[in-house]
Write a protein that binds this ligand. Structure first.
Ligand code: PLP
Length: 444
């Protein structure tokens, strides 16, 4: 087969060709088996090859796969919006469907800006965010992202949005410890807003648990309560980017449910269709929708495939599958098991500096010196060494590094499907240990 015209993430990298998937396993065209230890990009929440979903795909395709959202509404999209209304906290009730996480966060940004326009405060256009965050790859979403490596080439085109230090307790920006720190990192938002002026700020966006640039950084108790209070006191919307953390991944429907802080807008994606179709959602509160409904009545955004009936039917089936199989409580329970086993590994391998996470989203950070937390030089690219070694041994894990030399360690995310069983976790950790052992032998 001539494959030369398919653009791959790393142009001269070697990629196996996948043949099929079953449960938490993927099989390549040479018959090699892989444990999907990261659900791809933390996406395949219900595992691979689920027959019920295939049946729904067929059934919907036989009815209708596409209508344009400005000409027709459709039952699957209507039902999916109702289901998300049941899932989302508080009054976050209104779904606008898009096709990727980047579109969901960028739509959230636009909705926040439009909300203030409708409220006759058009100067409120900036979206604040944190360093060590990832909200997507399009220019608007990247502007909100504090992922240095992914921003670097495009900085001249980006809005200068991220300002706040992340809640990265392992390497606290203020050399402090919880609870003595009194959540200085949250307090920074208040200072940033006062400096910039709340008349210029539409919203603050945060991943409840930082994923792609931090490897499952869980903020301390009280963090989001304080963030929400700061947002309220300055008339700023709070957007929760749940693209990676939502839909049961962190042991509750949405990760923000672990705190008492209801967002104004939620971005969801990835696990919403568990990879069976490209669909994502910007879910908006009654309070934010009200001035839009009473004002221009139209959210000024949208895509050809928005509210696509085929994708919506699949996402609806995935959410029902998660409910019917108790996968959210499984994520919480088995996530604890995984975290425990990774912590045991940490005791035996000095290469591992930190283990963290919540539910079925865990992170492992690697260090050159555990005592001083000295990270490896980026040139060594320990993240890639671990990923390659794991893959060689038949385990997929996901890279999560901030890309800032000297300020953060290399790290990977381990986040198997929410369906994972205890024996499968044991198998996953055994293979991961072999990879860590070999990489450590090369480096320390
Ligand atoms: N937001 C978060 C928190 C993410 O983790 C990602 C992707 O990793 C995105 C947004 C972007 O999603 P997508 O890759 O579907 O555009």
């Amino acid at each position: 087969m001539n494959e030369s015209c398919l653009i791959k993430p790393l142009l001269n990298g070697r990629y196996p060709s996948v043949e099929y998937g079953q449960g938490i396993y993927l099989y390549d065209s040479d018959g090699k088996k892989y444990i999907d230890g990261s659900s791809g990009a933390v996406t395949a929440g219900i595992g691979h090859g689920v027959k019920e979903i295939a049946a729904v795909m067929k059934e919907q395709a036989e009815k209708v796969s596409f209508v344009y959202r400005s000409q027709f509404t459709n039952k699957p999209a209507e039902q999916l919006a109702l289901k998300l209304k049941q899932w989302a906290p508080g009054n976050v009730n209104w779904s606008f469907f898009v096709n990727s996480g980047s579109e969901a966060t960028e739509t959230a940004m636009k909705v926040a800006i439009q909300y203030w326009q409708e409220k006759k405060r058009p100067g409120k256009t900036k979206i604040l965010s944190r360093w060590m965050s990832y909200h997507g790859i399009t220019i608007g979403a990247l502007s909100m992202s504090g992922h240095v490596e992914r921003r670097a080439r495009f900085v001249p085109l980006l809005e200068d949005f991220p300002t706040v230090e992340p809640p990265y307790c392992y390497r606290c920006s203020f050399n402090n410890n919880f609870p003595e720190c009194h959540l200085l990192c949250a307090d920074q938002l208040d200072r940033a807003i006062r400096r910039i002026g709340s008349d210029h700020i539409a919203a603050f966006i945060a991943e409840p648990i930082i994923g792609a640039s931090g490897a499952a950084l869980v903020p301390p108790p009280g963090y989001y309560e304080q963030i929400k209070e700061i947002c309220l006191s300055h008339d700023i919307l709070f957007i929760a980017d749940e693209v990676m953390t939502g839909i049961g991944r962190c042991g509750k429907k949405f990760a923000i449910d672990h705190w008492q802080a209801v967002p104004d807008i939620i971005a969801a994606g990835k696990g919403m269709s568990a990879g069976y179709a490209p669909i994502a959602a910007t879910i908006i509160s009654d309070e934010v929708m009200e001035p839009i409904q009473n004002g221009s009545k139209l959210i000024m955004s949208g895509h050809t495939y928005s509210a696509n009936p085929q994708s919506a039917a699949i996402a609806l089936a995935v959410l029902k599958y998660i409910e019917n199989h108790g996968l959210i409580s499984n994520a919480a329970e088995k996530g604890n098991e995984l975290l425990q086993k990774l912590n045991q590994l940490k005791q035996n391998y000095p290469l591992i500096g930190d283990v963290r996470g919540m539910g079925m989203l865990t992170g492992v950070e690697f260090v050159a010196n555990r005592g001083t937390k000295q990270p490896f030089s980026r040139v060594i690219n320990v993240t890639k060494l671990i990923i390659d070694k794991s893959m060689e041994k038949g385990l997929l894990v996901y890279p999560a590094s901030s890309g800032i030399e000297g300020t953060a360690g290399d790290a990977v995310i381990i986040a198997p499907p929410l369906t994972v069983r205890s024996e499968e976790i044991a198998e996953l950790v055994t293979v991961f240990e072999e990879a860590v052992k070999e990489v450590q032998a090369e480096l320390l």
